[in-house]
Design a protein. Structure first.
Length: 763
């Protein structure tokens, strides 16, 4: 029988990783598949692992060839494939169990030429994080779309997060070139040739970052790697010129902001003949990019292009050193020219490039806001954040106005309190603000139409307006809702475009109590009058799973009770996240699809059952969420104590023996030795204590640290943060010119260190 899907897996010397990859394919819920393993001349134990898999599962088979590289190996696998659909997997990565069922099912329903989905990155030291390359193209589901209608798809460079209709693949005769970075020329052509494309927001692929740095992307500064990268870019640019000039700006900007920067950074280690060859390579790609696109970039990006285009090796070396030592996302302040033309410009004294490249377009002076905290204070909603005009220093002369807006109704001006905070340049300035929205004002907001905050910042003759957006991870993203009247609930949440939204609901469905004992889940609460007496679990994959809901009449709605044996929860299924083993089930009202709010819960409840940890708590937007994962340390308390220590702790769901808890450097502190914690247990709880001076001593300037657990017989993982702790505001300690922030996030507990630069204090 013809398989629904052919999965092509080339491999070469990946014995350390291929077992995990093949196991993730074996566990796919789409059973009608074949897996073609292309042995590209592997010299280690990879072949033996692949042969054992083939012997155990007849859907797997091996094709052997002399080493030719990833592109030719994929072509070999495609020629051998017999499936109705076709996909490709790199042998060091893993695929979620439901990914292919979801993508093939989407194609069956839509008739599209291909389906693609989001991706996440992972490694053995830092866990799982979002792939920024896939964040915008796959921010939400889009059925039957096209790259010419949705240009961000032009940045979808990889082939492994896609399923292709085989007839479509054969019709256009796709083949991978025999170079590294072989994906992009094929995927862009496929996007252009497709009738339509299905986009899935769920992560369908987990992309490994090897701890030893052995992958193609991790050897990015090697000359041979860069040569193939430029060759791939040239193939893509040729396709754009010939087939899709309307994508020219999008693709040329992407190469200028990604690939040119990689070429610049390579000059940090280049020497001798490599320098000449590298300079010629950089000039080759820079010369292909549209000058009109380059003119619209930031001054630093224009300087990168100028240095490569002119082959200025000395400037390129200074740029490489600058990028290694500084954060390019934090440029210097804009300076207004003393003579006409009256323009603002940026100057990088350590780089000394042409002055004309430092000029700022008016659009570069844009409104930049963040939301750092959303809290309830005596029935009022307090919002804190930052507001600034990018590149200008906020001081007493700048003015900030905030207005509460709901639909077309007149806005409500809110009193603003200004404060010193860390701005987008990493400096302390008078960009901080706080507003307090009275409960009676919130109660008058219309239901069914979210409200937002409008911000206006004036600095001299420059005025910028916009919505308050960019919710900081942690409290701002997972803020608690609150009752603003007898039946009215106000829920803060993040909108699709990142703005802070406030939703007023009347008689929402709500969870008032939850317990898990002896393998039995018991939920109780109230349903709104129009709920129809039904609840379901809404997983990331597949349809809703009904809950056995006992309903009885009550004033203003209905009371419900759910009694569910945990053994009925996906006993034979793989977890949604193949790396962390986590599966989340938000609880929803069946008729309306609205979430059940965790209004009556004040702490997460949980239990161990059949070797898994089950918890019921509060998730994003105040949702009641059931979670299943392997036993993990859970942190539900984190404080900066008077004895100048950082203390974290929680329920002890794992054996106390053999677990080490450390603070691991992330972000700017990545690669720094771990900070040890003093761990103690007792009364079913654990705690980990670290002196705050250790964070300051090991953070050069800015620092970032995440709490990790290291089991004796497993890989390290970020300690799981309780949903109620994630909704609390960050705690800040000032010590001279240094600020230490303890910030609970949805997926980790973090300590940030900010050191005020000399002369960086606010006026």
């Amino acid at each position: 029988m013809t398989p629904r899907l052919s999965v092509i897996v080339p491999f070469f010397d990946v014995a350390e990783y291929i077992g995990d990859c093949l196991e993730s394919l074996r566990r796919q819920t789409l059973r009608e598949l074949e897996v073609i393993l292309v042995d590209d001349g592997s010299r280690d134990g990879s072949t033996a692992i692949a042969e054992r898999c083939c012997a155990a599962d007849p859907r797997f088979r091996i094709v052997r060839q002399e080493n030719q590289g990833l592109g030719p190996a994929r072509n070999t696998g495609a020629r051998e494939a017999a499936g109705e659909y076709l996909t490709f997997v790199d042998s060091d990565d893993v695929v979620p169990a439901h990914a292919y069922e979801a993508m093939v099912g989407s194609l069956d329903r839509s008739g599209s030429s291909l389906a693609a989905g989001g991706a996440r990155r992972f490694d053995g030291s830092f866990g799982v994080w979002e792939s920024w390359l896939h964040r915008v193209p796959f921010a939400r589901d889009r059925r039957a779309c096209h790259v010419l209608d949705f240009p961000p798809l032009a940045l979808d460079r990889m082939v492994w997060n896609k399923v292709f209709r085989r007839s479509f693949w054969d019709e256009f005769g796709y083949a991978f070139p025999a170079i590294r970075y072989e994906d992009y020329p094929v995927t862009l052509r496929a996007h252009l040739d497709a009738v339509t494309v299905d986009c899935l927001s769920a992560p369908v692929y987990y992309w490994r970052e090897r701890d030893g740095g052995g992958s193609i992307t991790q050897r990015r500064y090697e000359y041979a790697n860069l040569r193939d990268r430029v060759a791939s870019a040239e193939l893509v640019l040729a396709v754009v010129d010939e087939r899709a000039p309307e994508l020219r700006t999008q693709v040329h900007r992407h190469f200028a902001q990604i690939d040119l920067i990689t070429l610049v950074e390579a000059f940090g280690a280049a020497a001798g003949p490599d320098t000449t060859e590298l300079a010629a390579l950089g000039a080759r790609l820079a010369g292909r990019l549209d000058g009109r696109v380059i003119a619209g970039l930031s001054p630093l990006d224009r300087l990168h292009h100028h240095a490569l285009r002119t082959g200025d090796v000395e400037l390129l070396r200074r740029l490489a050193r600058f990028r290694e030592a500084a954060d390019p996302a934090r440029p210097p302040r804009a300076v207004r020219r003393a003579l006409p033309p009256w323009a603002y410009e940026l100057r990088y004294p350590e780089l000394d490039g042409p002055r004309r490249l430092g000029r700022l377009a008016s659009r570069a002076l844009y409104l930049h806001t963040t939301v750092t905290g959303v809290d309830w204070q005596d029935g009022d909603l307090a919002v804190t954040g930052t507001a600034e005009i990018r590149h200008l220093r906020m001081d007493e002369r700048a003015a900030v106005r905030v207005t509460l807006q709901c639909g077309n109704a007149p806005g409500t001006p809110l009193p603003v309190t200004r404060s010193i905070a860390v701005d987008s340049h990493g400096e302390r300035s008078r960009c901080g603000f706080a507003v307090r929205i009275p409960g009676p004002v919130l109660a008058r907001l219309a239901t069914g139409r979210p409200a937002h905050l409008h911000v206006e910042v004036t600095h001299g003759r420059v005025r910028r307006r916009g919505v308050l957006r960019h919710l900081r991870a942690g409290n701002a993203e997972t803020a608690a809702g609150g009752w603003i009247s007898g039946t009215g609930w106000l829920q803060p949440y993040a909108g699709p475009d990142g703005r802070l939204l406030l939703r007023h609901e009347r008689d929402p469905g709500r969870l008032t109590s939850a317990s898990i004992r002896d393998g039995l889940l018991v939920l109780a609460g109230r349903l709104p009058p129009d709920a129809g007496g039904r609840l379901h679990l809404s997983g990331r994959w597949g349809g809703p799973r009904p809950l056995p809901c006992e309903v009885r009449p009550a004033a203003g709605g209905a009371a419900f009770t759910v009694r569910l044996p945990l053994s009925r929860l996906h006993a034979d299924r793989a977890p949604d996240d193949p790396v962390t083993g986590l599966t989340l089930w938000p609880i929803e009202i069946t008729r309306s699809g609205r979430p059940l709010l965790a209004t009556g819960l004040h702490e997460t409840v949980g239990c161990l059952h059949d070797g898994r940890l089950y918890t019921v708590g509060r998730g994003a937007e105040g949702r009641a969420v059931l979670a299943e994962r392997p036993p993990r340390l859970l942190v539900d308390e984190a404080v900066l104590r008077d004895d100048r220590t950082v203390a974290a702790g929680g329920r002890l769901w794992v054996p106390a023996d053999g677990i080490t808890v450390v603070w691991r450097g992330t972000g700017p502190t990545r690669g720094t030795p771990d900070l040890a914690c003093t761990v103690s247990t007792g009364g079913g709880r654990w705690s980990a204590v670290t002196a705050w001076r250790d964070f300051l001593a090991h953070s050069a300037g800015d620092g970032e640290w995440t709490l990790f657990a290291q089991p004796a017989d497993g890989i390290a993982y970020p300690v799981v943060v309780d949903g109620f702790l994630a909704g609390r505001s960050a705690v800040t300690l000032r010590a001279g010119r240094v600020e230490l922030v303890l910030r609970p996030l949805a997926d980790r507990l973090q300590v940030e260190v900010h050191e005020e630069a000399a002369g960086g204090a606010a006026p």
